[in-house]
Design a binder for this molecule. Structure first.
Ligand SMILES: [Zn+2]
Length: 251
């Protein structure tokens, strides 16, 4: 396998050229957003060496929540082709502009869907690739603990130190996005995290300062993390690789 693992990438949304560049140099964990992207990832995984996939429904895409039964069916059917369930979690950004009863309703729906995915991850012994933001992360953690989920990645996580400590105590991991290359507030948050639970990710093709996210951006993230933690870049890359291998059970 390629040494640097991109633990969270919307691989099917990359262009063909970006996909080829990505797999030439990196091991990639692709995450799905909805039913269509699940299908695309299943196809891509079959013909792409170095691509591992997670299927799920992105929690902010609540207009796709109705696809849950079909996505569960795909996960069951392709379980041996998967390393995890994701991107799953609880909605946050999409709730910000909503009136309070709609907000409550979507969060409630999101919780029910998340619990079904977590239950399935426990049943199939799959890891989870998580989108959790803000205070509702405590609700997500309670569900993960209820189903005794051992392998979980909190992607681009920037929660407070109490949440980070709980993630650490449960043996879960946090991936750092390329946002760390230019955002002083995020750098400050990451610097306080235990280095040994950190991994790298691109969240590609999410844009950073007008540039489409790609796995190659993780090289700068590793340099940045090495500065923040006053260690070598290799140390960061090796920690990320070790964590990624343990998370997804890949070698
Ligand atoms: Zn994502």
């Amino acid at each position: 396998m390629k040494k640097i693992i991109d633990n969270h990438c919307h691989f099917e949304q990359l262009t063909k050229a970006e996909q080829q560049r990505a797999l030439a140099d990196y091991t990639v964990v692709g995450v799905a957003s909805d039913y269509q992207s699940c299908l695309a990832l299943i196809d891509l995984q079959q013909c792409s060496e170095g691509l591992f996939i997670c299927l799920g429904i992105h929690p902010e895409h609540f207009n796709h929540y109705h696809e849950l039964p079909r996505v569960i069916e795909l996960i069951e059917k392709h379980q041996h082709q998967l390393v995890g369930i994701g991107e799953i979690g609880l909605p946050y950004f999409s709730l910000c502009k909503m009136a309070s009863d709609e907000h409550k309703h979507i969060l409630q729906q999101g919780l029910v869907i998340f619990e079904q995915f977590v239950q399935l991850a426990a049943k199939l012994n799959l890891a989870v690739n998580l989108h959790c933001v803000g205070e509702s992360t405590w609700q997500a953690i309670a569900i993960l603990q209820r189903y005794q989920i051992k392998r979980a990645l909190f992607h681009w996580f920037a929660g407070d130190s109490k949440l980070v400590h709980t993630i650490y105590e449960n043996g879960w991991f946090i991936s750092v996005s390329p946002q760390v290359n230019h955002d002083a507030v995020y750098q400050h948050t990451v610097k306080k995290m235990p280095k040994e639970i950190l991994c790298l990710e691109s969240d590609g093709p999410w844009c950073y300062q007008d540039m489409r996210g790609e796995p190659a951006m993780m090289k700068n993230s590793a340099l940045q993390l090495a500065q923040l933690f006053e260690c070598s870049t290799n140390d960061i890359i090796e920690t990320s690789q070790r964590n990624g291998k343990a998370l997804w059970q890949i070698s």
